[in-house]
Design a binder for this molecule. Structure first.
Ligand SMILES: Nc1nc2c(ncn2[C@@H]2O[C@H](COP(=O)(O)OP(=O)(O)O)[C@@H](O)[C@H]2O)c(=O)[nH]1
Ligand SMILES: [Mg+2]
Length: 202
């Protein structure tokens, strides 16, 4: 159902959860450290060159960006932060906002965690995984920029991350991805279908 994702339109940016669209229908969140390749992954999925802005200057804004597939289906690009030198006040604000969002957002059906395959399981990623464990939200991991590694090395990283997360209580799926080469887009669409089209099969 790749077409569903091509239909995505931007709804709004919200600096706070209180300004998010109504908590109705189904929502899927994309999370990732800044510069991991989150916006590029969203653009590859939706086949829109600049739906989610991509930038070489990571992480200056802390906004939740909402996109609609239909009135009842949304996805959200969650704010990331990157690098070691994050001002503590910013980190604290991010923590509070993410915790609030992940624990209270009823329409949240699953989380796509985007990791740069060359730097998987950063402090940011571990925090997201812990929240998903705690709330038992299903998690789909994109190991992106897979084009930066040889196939064998990429596959080994995939297996290592899978092994690392094998004791998590919630369902976790993982895949290789490249926004540049457009690899893994169909796998991502199939995973999202499981979440977005759930109601229709129930
Ligand atoms: N080689 C390669 N570069 C990528 C890929 N995805 C993103 N990038 C680059 O990584 C940088 C950060 O990407 P962006 O999508 O803005 O990351 P975000 O901060 O997580 O939204 C940009 O320079 C992108 O062009 C990929 O799959 N392969
Ligand atoms: Mg981005």
């Amino acid at each position: 159902m790749q077409q569903l994702y091509q239909r995505a339109t931007f709804i709004k940016s919200a600096p706070e959860i209180s300004q998010a669209p109504k908590d109705k229908g189904i929502e899927v969140a994309f999370a990732g450290r800044s510069n991991a390749g989150k916006s590029s992954a969203i653009n590859a999925l939706t086949r829109q060159k600049s739906l989610a802005r991509t930038s070489k200057t990571p992480g200056r804004t802390q906004l939740l960006n909402f996109f609609a597939l239909s009135e009842q289906q949304r996805f959200v690009d969650l704010p990331g932060y990157g690098y070691a030198k994050v001002p503590p006040a910013l980190k604290k604000k991010w923590h509070a906002m993410m915790e609030n969002y992940l624990q209270n957002r009823k329409s949240l059906q699953g989380i796509v965690l985007v990791m740069d395959i060359r730097h998987p399981l950063s402090e940011f990623d571990i925090q997201m995984i812990e929240w998903c464990s705690y709330t038992e939200k299903p998690l789909h991991i994109l190991l992106t920029k897979a084009d930066k590694l040889k196939y064998g090395a990429a596959k080994n990283t995939l297996l290592a991350v899978e092994r690392e997360l094998s004791s998590c209580p919630m369902p976790i799926t993982l895949q290789l991805f490249s926004a540049t080469k457009k690899t893994g887009v169909q796998d991502l669409a199939e995973q999202l279908d499981q979440w977005f089209l759930r109601e229709e099969t129930e």
